[in-house]
Design a protein around this ligand. Structure first.
Ligand code: CTP
Ligand code: MG
Length: 381
């Protein structure tokens, strides 16, 4: 059965608010829409995947879906049903999974159950039992509603394509909020399969917060370490911890020789298992000559966050007899936090001498060590 996943993402997310439509809000390092699309695209029964978006959101959607095989983006309409209709007219095949972009987590077992039902039914929808007491209410509670055979209906919903298209042609009522309603109105049967709490739709801000907390519970703590040394050479000033310090001597290096930023960059790359700074910025590459090392740190931070990881803390120790770090410590923390998109209390800068021993003790150079603590999700690429 040739199955297309059709994800509708043309809504404005007004109930959730926040300025950006909810499907583009970040969740564990990637947009909600990308979660929804990836969950369907990776299911072995899904042959192709298409996404319906609002016209003004083309750039945002293209960025959110970068690298995913979703073909041409389809332009949706004023109501969800208009967006679904636009999607249906752009696809072919035997079956379709119509899914809300606002439901980021779709367990594969739900898709298995839905598609298995298409053997016997023209449509299938995932449902959840209602646990709470139900009642009508305005300012005060009105009549209770018997919940015995009530369910909450989720997406994705699976349909044979022909029957769904003809059901939509017959539909005369106001815009429906799902396709099971349309199919039923046309006299066809829709199987009710077991849904999943993970499929909950993000409707309000509280839903987004719950999804964030759920994801946070799936994160594993990881630690990375970094170490770097640069020798003194020539005249100062020097770059240290992202700030320029006056000093009688300069530091030798291909880039700006900021040992602190280099050590932190390596610690972050190490925590995420992403190699080391030399691999990403080979010293032999003339592009990095004299480079401001904030570029390296910002790049590492982006890579770590793209893997869906949260950065909790970075700590570094500067090992040098001179210059004295104390008076500049606050400025370094602030600058490192700014480059890495962290708050100042997530950045620690310490310093020590080696009591006159070794190369740092003899004043031949500066060394720095760093440790980065991150939390990484199961969804890391
Ligand atoms: N949707 C759509 N086209 C519309 C309206 C909604 O494709 N004209 C999509 C939404 O992007 C969402 C799904 O339908 O993925 C479910 O709709 P809903 O939760 O109502 O999302 P919004 O309409 O965006 O939110 P709100 O109603 O709060 O504005
Ligand atoms: Mg809506």
């Amino acid at each position: 059965m040739a199955t297309t996943a059709l994800i509708v993402a043309a809504g404005r997310g007004e109930r959730l608010g926040g300025g950006v439509p909810k499907q583009f809000r970040p969740l564990g390092g990637k947009p909600v829409l990308r979660w929804a699309v990836e969950a369907l695209i990776r299911h072995p029964a899904v042959r192709s995947t298409r996404v319906v978006i609002a016209d003004g959101q083309r750039d945002k959607a293209t960025e959110a879906l970068d690298g995913l095989d979703v073909g041409e983006l389809i332009t949706g309409g004023a109501e969800r049903a208009d967006s679904v209709r636009a999607g249906l007219s752009a696809i072919d095949g035997d079956a379709v999974l119509v899914h809300d972009a606002a439901r980021p987590f779709c367990p594969p077992a739900v898709i298995d159950r839905l598609l298995a039902s298409l053997e016997f039914f023209d449509g299938a929808a995932p449902v959840l039992q209602v646990g709470d007491t139900l009642a009508r209410a305005a300012a005060t509670l009105g009549e209770p509603v018997d919940r015995t055979d009530l369910v909450r209906v989720q997406t994705p919903q699976a349909f044979r394509l022909g029957p769904l298209e003809s059901a939509y042609e017959l539909w005369k009522g106001p815009a429906p909020t799902d396709e099971a309603t349309v199919l039923r109105a046309a006299g066809m049967k829709v199987a009710a399969v077991e849904g999943d709490p993970a499929l909950e739709k993000l409707t309000s801000q509280a839903d987004l917060e719950r999804a964030q907390q759920w994801l946070a519970g799936c994160l594993t703590p990881r630690t990375g370490m970094g170490f770097d040394v640069h020798a003194f050479a020539g005249e100062g000033p020097i770059m240290l911890g992202g700030i320029k310090l006056p000093h009688t001597r300069g530091l030798a290096g291909h880039s700006d020789a900021d040992v602190v930023l280099h050590a932190i960059t390596d610690a972050l790359l190490g925590a995420a298992g992403l190699g080391d700074i030399g691999e990403h910025f080979p010293p032999a590459d003339s592009r990095w000559k004299g480079t401001d090392s904030s570029v390296f740190l910002a790049h590492a931070v982006n890579l770590v966050r793209e893997r869906g990881a949260l950065i909790d803390h970075v700590d570094c120790t500067i090992i040098a007899e001179e210059p004295k770090v104390g008076p500049h410590r606050a400025a370094m923390r602030t600058r490192i936090a700014e480059i890495a998109g962290l708050s100042v209390d997530q950045v620690s800068v310490k310093a020590t001498t080696t009591e006159g021993l070794g190369f740092t003790g003899r004043g031949e150079g500066i060394a720095a060590q760093a440790v980065a603590s991150i939390r990484m999700g199961f969804w890391a690429k």
